[in-house]
Design a binder for this molecule. Sequence first.
Ligand code: GDP
Ligand code: FE
Ligand code: FE
Length: 198
Amino acid sequence: MSEIKLSNRFYHGTKEELLEKIKNQLSDFRYKHILGVGQTCYELAKLNGVDPEQAMIAGFVHDYAKEKTDEQFIEKIKEKKLDSYLLNWGNFIWHGVVGAEFIKDELKITDEEILNAVRRHTVGAPEMTTLDQIVYVSDYVEPNRSFPDVEIARSLAYANLKQAVIFETKHTLQFLMSSSSKIYPDAILTYNAFVAEN
Ligand code: GDP
Ligand code: FE
Ligand code: FE
């Protein structure tokens, strides 16, 4: 992937400049994660007729805001007049939905398809574009991920993207429920749209 050059269609700078800005925001392990997600997005984009450069950039930036403080997110929610309902939640939901605003403001990436894929990368949405699905699934199966069944999820991702979305949505909800976690309502909407059969 190191040989891939950016075109200027989505980011006004080189890939190295973009990665440097992201690296400055993240711990080493998470920087490694976004490299893995970018690579996986690139591969899944080629397999699914999506612009590989657009997908790779979405993968690189998807967790850009993950290590910002709660105060920074709360300030951004107020500044951008985002739905105040968001204030009831925390980092896990903010880093995607509010993270997209930081990506716009700090990285000057304005492509709404990339920003929406970032917004939807954690809990999905009832209607997801192919790019949304690629980022959602790549986040789950990138090469540094290890959890029971990751190999199943990974081979599904390369064989059939939609089946991988279904697998991920079902297993994430099962995991969250088994640990009595609060479920963000949109996660249920994703479940009903992709997993539920009747
Ligand atoms: P990451 O940013 O690469 O770690 O991955 P994600 O953005 O997909 O998820 C961030 C965290 O949010 C993970 O620990 C998920 O298990 C968790 N998460 C996802 N959906 C929900 C939810 O509905 N409720 C809760 N409490 N946590 C969730
Ligand atoms: Fe994330
Ligand atoms: Fe991630």
